[in-house]
Design a binder for this molecule. Structure first.
Ligand SMILES: [Zn+2]
Length: 138
């Protein structure tokens, strides 16, 4: 199944975790996104601390991997952290199927859990689940 971008701009929140009291995401489609491999930018903002507030902001270039062999409802994404690109290249995050995974560090920890916390584990998967749920990719 191949996916195209249906929503240009969106934002939302993720459930809080033990570490982060506030988590937000925003999506901005790349201009002319149907012509290039980069579909858009995902920004994730996480706030931790009660007295001393710390906010982390990460920007990811997002590519939807069009794979005709993926079952309906399953999406495969390639993400690259724009400010701190991984030397191994973009990492993959798959959402929507029985087996969801993310190539990031938190995603690796999730894999070792018997029942990974879908919404409070890896932030990429949680944010991309939001994008898929509101119909960003059609
Ligand atoms: Zn991740």
């Amino acid at each position: 199944m191949t996916a195209t971008v249906a929503i240009e701009e969106a934002r939302g929140t993720l459930p809080e975790t033990r570490t982060y009291s506030r988590r937000e995401w925003s999506w901005l489609a790349a201009p002319g996104s149907h012509l290039v491999t980069r579909e858009g930018t995902l920004t994730i903002m996480q706030t931790s601390g009660r007295r001393v507030i710390r906010t982390q902001v990460s920007h990811y270039a997002v590519q939807v991997e069009g794979d005709e062999y993926l079952p309906a409802g399953v999406y495969s994404f390639l993400l690259e952290n724009e400010l701190e690109p991984d030397h191994f290249g973009p990492f993959r995050c798959i959402v929507g199927g029985a087996v969801e995974l993310c190539g990031c560090e938190a995603g690796g920890f999730d894999k070792r859990r018997a029942e990974p916390a879908r919404w409070t584990g890896c932030k990429h998967r949680a944010a991309l689940m939001c994008l898929v749920a509101i119909g960003v990719f059609a």
